[in-house]
Structure formats: structure tokens, C-alpha cells
Design a protein around this ligand. Structure first.
Ligand code: IPM
Ligand code: MG
Length: 405
């Protein structure tokens, strides 16, 4: 049963719990207060801390979710489950059945990070990364939203010139459960010359392209209304179909301006003039590569969240960064990407936009106050660790409550 694998069940810290009674005298909070006294909404969240810095950043994000939820009359029921290398060590597989079952039965899933040197040489089915692909497939989360926004506070962190990086705000919509990552046939074989061959299949069915295209058009519509579809339609059949289907779906969205770009050109344009992009939609493997490239424009991969959504069922929310085993357990990790993933969880997973805004504002406020983890540190700012950054965000959430009223 799910419960038998549950990990780290200790109660969350109460250090920053808001006293709901103290808010009730404040007029703007009458609704929230009534709710906070007797939570009106309950959500179950599966937490997958994973490996490396994963547990540290998840613990901070959990406290932020709890506090923000209490302001909006939301009570979370958290369940921590093993995944990735930690699951391999515990039960010998990267995604235990119990973990997938718990994730499927929850309202949303928040993942830290997976992987580490220890499991790098494992057979493919015993790699932490395989667990990640299995949970994406198991939850059928085909649409991966990866925003890359250059915050004014961190523009110096970009390796691009200020005038190129400043104001960049790109959303990469990556297809996540199809293409070459999952296509059959795949494998190794010996060819007719006795040579060993490794092969994979890039394959897309029209329905897979149509549904990701619709998510991308909807996303672009809520942004600046410009969608660039990236493919390799000059060479690959799967891309030719991709371009044809995206063009057909565009008829449903006359208000969105659609353009097409070959992936090699897109990779170049992203560093040449990233501001030309608003929303990008692309397949699984191009999205993997371009979203890393886009994230580097911001200079701080430790800042970027992501959301993976299906047509129904819980979404999967995770920071873009990896497990950073070199700094794991040292309280050096930047928890902001996971905190912002929690905000995406609220916004896209639970449609709790107000709660999401508390978190987004708190992160900006914390940066404005000069708090920086090592990865985004610059002279004149205040270097803090993972926990202290989390505490600063919690204080910012609280101070918004005080200044709004
Ligand atoms: C990502 C990662 C994964 C991917 C790996 C870890 C399987 O690079 O989420 O971008 O390739 O999708
Ligand atoms: Mg990647």
C-alpha cells in the first residue's frame, strides 16, 4: 500500500504559521480568515523529494505551500514518497508502484530532483531518469510548460549582454510523453555486417500533435499571442506531420499569430535575439534541448520552475534544475525554482491563482531585499543558504499580508 512506503512523515515546521485569528480583524482578509479558521478546501499533494538537493528544496517549498494555503483557506495533506535513486536504494526500482499510485490519487505532485553519480552506471531500467520518464507516462502529462523569464533583479546573472537578455520572457511548451523518448522500435542489435547498432524512433500521431498544439495556442493566447512552432520539417517526416497539424489547429485560434522555425535556427535565434519569442511549442527532444538553452539565458537555472499537465488527473510540478549532488546536504541549494514550481502547482494544478500570486510576489520581494543563494550571488547582495532563503520567502509572504491591509 502507498502508506507503507511513505517517508519523512514528521510534522512540518510551525515556525512561520500564520495565526488566522490575528488576521480576522483585517477587513481585506475576511474571506480568507473565515476559510483559514475552518479550511474550506483540502488538497492532497504527493511530494517526491528524490535525490541530491531534492529533499532540501522540497522541505522549503512544503513550508511555503502550507503558509500560503492557510491564507487562502486551503489545507494540504502531504504525502512523501520515494522516487529516483532514493527509491532504488530503498526498494530496487526508480518508480515504485506505490509511488505512482499515490501520485495518481493525489491532486498534484511536486518533485524535487532525481539522479546522482551513484546510479550513473546502472542498467537503463535501473536509472533514476527512467523513473522520471515512467511517472510522466504514468500520469499522462503530455504538456510540459517551461517558462524562462529574465528577472530584472538577476539580469546580470545572464551570460548574454544586458541588452539581449533584459526583458526576455519565453514559455517553452514541450511535448512530454511521445516522440523519440518513447517511440518503438528502439534498442540495440547486431547489423548484417556484425556491427552493433543503437536505434530509436521519432514518431508522432496526429492526435498527440493536436493536443499539444492546443495547449500551446491556449498558453500563447494568455501571453502575448505569438506562437512559434519548432520542428525539423525539412528533413524528418514526423516533423512534416507536426507542421501540418499545428497549421491546421491554428485555424481554431485566429487571434494567435503562428510562425514556424527549424530547430537549428531556433537554437541560434534564442541566443541571438531571444526577445523575438513569446511562446514556443516543440516536440519532446527539441524541447528538452531548447528549454535548457532558454533557461541559461536567465543565467540561473536554479530559478526556473516547470509544470507537466495532462488532459485530466494530477499535474507534475518540478524545478528544471537537476539534483546537484556536488552541493547536496550542504544547505547551499537555491530553493526558489521549487518554490516557484509550487506556485505553478497552485495556478495550473489547482486553479488557486491567488495563492500562487502570494508566492510569486514573495519570491520577487525576497530578491528585491537582496537575498541570494550562491548560484545567483553577486557583490553587494546577501549570500544565504537554502533554509535561510526559504525563511526569507516565508517572511515575505507574511509581510504581504501586513502591507495589503
Ligand atoms: C528534463 C531532463 C530529463 C529529460 C531527463 C532527466 C530524463 O533532462 O526534464 O529535461 O530528458 O526529459
Ligand atoms: Mg532536460
Amino acid at each position: 500500500m502507498a502508506a507503507s512506503l511513505q517517508i519523512n512523515c514528521k510534522p512540518a515546521s510551525t515556525a512561520f504559521r500564520v495565526n488566522p485569528a490575528s488576521k480576522c480583524s483585517r477587513r481585506l482578509f475576511s474571506v480568507s480568515c473565515a476559510a483559514a479558521n475552518a479550511p474550506q478546501k483540502r488538497y492532497s499533494i504527493t511530494l517526491l523529494p528524490g535525490d541530491g538537493i531534492g529533499p532540501e528544496v522540497i522541505s522549503v517549498a512544503k513550508d511555503v505551500l502550507k503558509l500560503t494555503g492557510s491564507l487562502e483557506g486551503i489545507e494540504f495533506n502531504f504525502q512523501e514518497m520515494p522516487m529516483g535513486g532514493s527509491a532504488l536504494d530503498l526498494v530496487g526500482v526508480p518508480l515504485p508502484d506505490e509511488t505512482l499510485a499515490a501520485a495518481k490519487h493525489s491532486d498534484a505532485v511536486l518533485l524535487g530532483a532525481i539522479g546522482g553519480y551513484k546510479w550513473d552506471n546502472n542498467a537503463k531500467h535501473l536509472k533514476p531518469e527512467t523513473g522520471l520518464l515512467q511517472i510522466r507516462e504514468g500520469l499522462k502529462v503530455f504538456a510540459n510548460l517551461r517558462p524562462a523569464t529574465v528577472l530584472p533583479q538577476l539580469v546580470e546573472a545572464s551570460t548574454l549582454k544586458r541588452e539581449v537578455a533584459e526583458g526576455v520572457d519565453v514559455m517553452v511548451v514541450r511535448e512530454l510523453t511521445g516522440g523519440i523518448y518513447f517511440g518503438q522500435p528502439r534498442g540495440f542489435r547486431i547489423d548484417e555486417n556484425g556491427d552493433e547498432v543503437g536505434y530509436n524512433t521519432e514518431v508522432y500521431a496526429a492526435y498527440e500533435i493536436d493536443r499539444i498544439a492546443r495547449v500551446a495556442f491556449e498558453t500563447a493566447r494568455k501571453r502575448q499571442g505569438r506562437l512559434c512552432s519548432v520542428d525539423k520539417a525539412n528533413v524528418l517526416e514526423a516533423s512534416m506531420l507536426w507542421r501540418r497539424r499545428v497549421t491546421a489547429i491554428a485555424e481554431e485560434y485566429p487571434d494567435v499569430e503562428l510562425s514556424h522555425m527549424y530547430v537549428d535556427n531556433a537554437a541560434m535565434q534564442l541566443v541571438r535575439n531571444p526577445k523575438q519569442f513569446d511562446t514556443i511549442v516543440t516536440n519532446n527532444i527539441f524541447g528538452d534541448i531548447l528549454s535548457d538553452e532558454a533557461s541559461m539565458i536567465t543565467g540561473s537555472i536554479g530559478m526556473l520552475p516547470s509544470a507537466s499537465l495532462g488532459s485530466s488527473g494530477p499535474g507534475l510540478f518540478e524545478p528544471i534544475h537537476g539534483s546537484a549532488p556536488d552541493i547536496a546536504g550542504q544547505d547551499k541549494a537555491n530553493p526558489l525554482a521549487t518554490i516557484l514550481s509550487a506556485a505553478m502547482l497552485l495556478k495550473y494544478g489547482l486553479e488557486e491563482e491567488d495563492a500562487a500570486r502570494w508566492i510569486e510576489n514573495a519570491v520577487l520581494d525576497t530578491l528585491n531585499k537582496g537575498f541570494r543563494t550562491g548560484d545567483i550571488y553577486s557583490t553587494g547582495t546577501k549570500l544565504v543558504g537554502c533554509k535561510e532563503m526559504g525563511e526569507a520567502v516565508l517572511r515575505s509572504v507574511e509581510s504581504q499580508v501586513h502591507t495589503t491591509v
